[in-house]
Structures are given as structure tokens and as C-alpha cells.
Design a binder for this molecule. Sequence first.
Ligand code: EPU
Length: 314
Amino acid sequence: MKAKYWDEAAAVMKSLLADGTKLRREESLAAKTTMRVGGAARIYAEPASAADLQILLRTANARGVAIFIFGRGSNLIVPDEGVDGLVLALSHETWAGFELRGDGRVWTGAGLRLKNLCGLAAKAGLTGFEFLEGIPGSVGGALRMNAGAMGGWIFDVVEEVQLMTMAGEVRTLAKAAMHIDYRHCAELYEAIALGALLRSASQADASSIKRQMDAYAQKRHESQPREPSAGCIFKNPPGNSAGRLIDESGLKGERVGDAEVSSTHANFIVNRGHATGADVLELVRRVRARVRQVKGVELEPEVLLYGKKWKDVL
Ligand code: EPU
């Protein structure tokens, strides 16, 4: 697609949006991702309201522009050639709400960082969210992936989710009506989470909640790398650990360019400085092939790959 096509689509979108909504052409995404690789978004927008999000979706649909939801840039690999479409990030403060609703319930906006959610919940004496500490992402991204750690996942604490369909309609779905699985929420592959009503397990004092969060943080620091990464690359196969399988296949320290299988935890690929998207993808391919050869297990990627299908890359 030529630059003129994207210029025109961006100009039409911009003419319909309110001033608070950011929209840019060729916005570089690497620095916005936790893996720190990849090219630019042909069009990038941070809508400042639901009305503007709706305009962006409807205009993109009308022009056949593909839509990508960015979240906070974790659990994601952006290819070096960038993203042929509209990349949407709910980074505007309007999406970062945290409102206590009584009975241990709290409304959280999709753009709220999990770290902030944990801090605010602890202050309010709400337990049950501690395991989300240290997951580098937002509520919306966590819902889409059903993110988890320390034996829990986010849908354990969800009551309902508000979402916008790709056609721009707002809907509220009770958890019972949603199809949730390990690192998967079917409804959010075809829609954008706007926020969720969460329920706390119980009340406790802020200091004991903080202690639990500190214990999780320490466990994470001991077992997971600190260098830039996209989180775990592969899903754990049923009853097994992808990290252990990769480790036992002798792959720790395996390197393509500056992309390296972490020596701390083998299911992380870390960026040792100047890795490219191509380096990371080549390493994912190599790891998967070796584990297949040595262990006879076919690992499935957990991280999202923008603009390409994993099956075409692996
Ligand atoms: N192990 C190894 N070598 C390694 C890594 C792990 O032998 O290099 C072994 C460990 O010793 C342990 C087992 O594998 O016996 C499981 O490891 P760990 O406790 O680190 O958990 P995990 O299954 O590898 C999962 C999630 C993480 C989450 C942690 C902590 C997945 C794919 N991973 O990791 O989530 O933070 O539990 O609760 O479900 C993510 O999804 O991006 C992610 C990082």
C-alpha cells in the first residue's frame, strides 16, 4: 500500500477526531514495546474518548484498514517492517480509571497499568490482586490474554467486562457469558476491552497486602530476567513447562544477533541491546525446532505477532 493511501486515511480520521486524541503517521513502536524491536505503525492513535475510539474503528472499517490493539506493548512482537494498519493504544488517562464500587468491587479502566491497580487496591485494603504485581501490562491487555502469574489469572477476579466491538458498539458481558481459557479470552479477539468490574477476595490491611506483593516480586526477580523481553514466549503445554523443556534442550544462551534465550528463564527471549524483530523471530523458530527434535513437543507461541500469522513464520 502506498504512502498516499495511509496519508488519506489518516487525514480523514484526523478531521473527525476531537483535539485530545493523538493520531500520527509512521509512529515508531519499538520503544513502546517491552521487547524493544519492530518498525512503525502506518497509523497510530490514542483515542481520548469512547466517541473517538468509535470514530477510529468505523473509519478504519469503512476504508478496509486493519486494526491492531496495542495495550502497553508487552507480550507482543512487532515485525521490523512495521504494521500495515491502525494501531490503537488506550494510553489516554480517560482509560485509567479505578473506582471503588462497594462490596469489595472495583471498576478498572482498560488502560490502567496492572502495577497501579495493585498499588491502589492495596491502599484500599482489597486483597486478591497481588499476583498481578509485576506483570508489565494494562488491564485491557491482561483481559485479552487472560494474563496470569503465581497460580492465578486475571479472570479469577473479573465480574464483568465492558468492551467495544469492532463495529463500534459498547457491550457489557458477565464473566459467565465469556469463553475464557489459559492465556485466552475469545470475546476479546474480536473486540476491545474498555474496562472491567473486578471483585476482591476479601479485605485486609494495606501492609499485609504489600507484604504478599513483595514476596511475589522477590520470587519473580529470582526466576525471571530483567532485560527487555516480551514475557514468556511460549504457552506451557498441558502438564508441562515450556521453560523447562527449552532449558533441557540445551538452549539457554542461544543467540541470534542480540536476541538471546535467557539464562535466567529459558521461556524468555531477551534483547541484549540491538536485537531486531527478525532476530527474535529466527530465534523463536530455532527454539521451537530444537524442542521438537529433542523433546518431541510442539510449543505454541503465547506472545502476539503483529500483522503476520505465527503459522506462516514458524
Ligand atoms: N524451569 C526450568 N528452567 C527454566 C525455567 C523454568 O527448569 O529455564 C522450571 C522451574 O524450575 C519450574 C518450572 O520450570 O520447576 C516452572 O517454572 P516457573 O515457576 O518459572 O513457571 P513457568 O510455568 O515457567 C509461568 C507463567 C509466567 C508466570 C510464572 C510465575 C506461562 C507460559 N508462564 O511460568 O507467565 O510469570 O508462571 O507464576 O504460563 C507469561 O505468561 O508471559 C509469564 C511470564
